[in-house]
Ligand binder design. Sequence first.
Ligand code: MN
Length: 417
Amino acid sequence: MNNQAYELAKAKYAALGVDVESAFKKLSEVPVALHCWQGDDVCGFDHDGPLSGGIQTTGNYPGKATTVDQLMADMEKTISLCPGKKKLNVHACYAIFEDGEYVDRDKIAPKHFAKWVELAKKYNIGLDFNPTFFSHPKVKNGLTLTSPDEETRKFWVEHGKACIRISQYFAEETGIPCVMNIWTGDGFKDIPADRMGPRLRYKKSIEEIMSQPFDPDKVKICVESKVFGIGVESYTAGSAEFALTFAATHEGCLPLMDNGHYHPTEVVSDKIPALLCFYPEIALHITRGVRWDSDHVVLLDDETKEMAKEIVRCDALGRVHMALDYFDASINRISAWVVGFRSWQKALLMALCTPHEKLKKLQDENKFTELMVLQEEYKLLPFGEIWEKYCELCGVKGDASWFDEIVKYEEEVLSKR
Ligand SMILES: [Mn+2]
């Protein structure tokens, strides 16, 4: 890159009191989890049935990964094109069975995820984990942990416990804490006759899952809320109030906010500082909902920037577990991963290069006219040069020429699948 352009940009930031090099250092130490499910449209390896549970992938772009080796190769290609520290985020349905072996989800064990540990170790990064409470024949009438059928509920509790054992194994193998996120799509299409019953069963089920011994410094159990899903429009057991209160009242449990899981005019950027007033740690799923929880690729849009700003200005980079969560099957899936990961890195770097103290002072002095003027002015700072330098330091392309690699990979690998 043009070093002179970078030096000029750096000086502009320095004049505002922003040290871009310390921003590079801070950002390069913060892990962001890359979700394995973008690569194969949330199919996984443990079943053949369709995706269910109120979520849906749309699109039929060629080259989807259909084997473990393909999915991992695609993730490695993604990693090679993204700056910054990563974690791998794996769903339980990505268990790897060797030689025709198969066990149901209540019996999965660390050995079924040994290959994921191998991949994480190759890059010296951590692993996050998610029980898969969907796309499975034992989801009875759309319910798992909230099921009134005790056998069904117990099966899914056992699945949750198995996932804690696997999360503990991930943390011990990598030496990095594992975030284990509980999300179920349990709910009803139409007006229920009992809203509290399923929630009481959900509460009891998560408590039973958490009775599985684990080290809270190694396994961070989260509960993710959701407002509604396809087919469960009227009622979701794991609502925002349920998840927040559960986490607040249970030692070793964190709230997880997915920014696609709220009413479209609610913003997670405003919820982050509210939760940070009370919780030592929180978790985030970063996505982009278009009109609903559509899981579009994360872009550098206003709300993405605002969420990153809140994490940075609350000085909470060490308190917020960040993970991407989206899936677009209508475009090249590796490109979808790369654009999303790079967008969140851009948002964080931009936030780290903003003179927050100066802006906070204007707010406290009630100088809202000047605050507006400066906030608008900062939008035009020469961020492109700063971003390119950061990418160069991370050993990846700073401009869109990373896409040449995607085109080549599509020709040489994806088109032959
Ligand atoms: Mn999510």
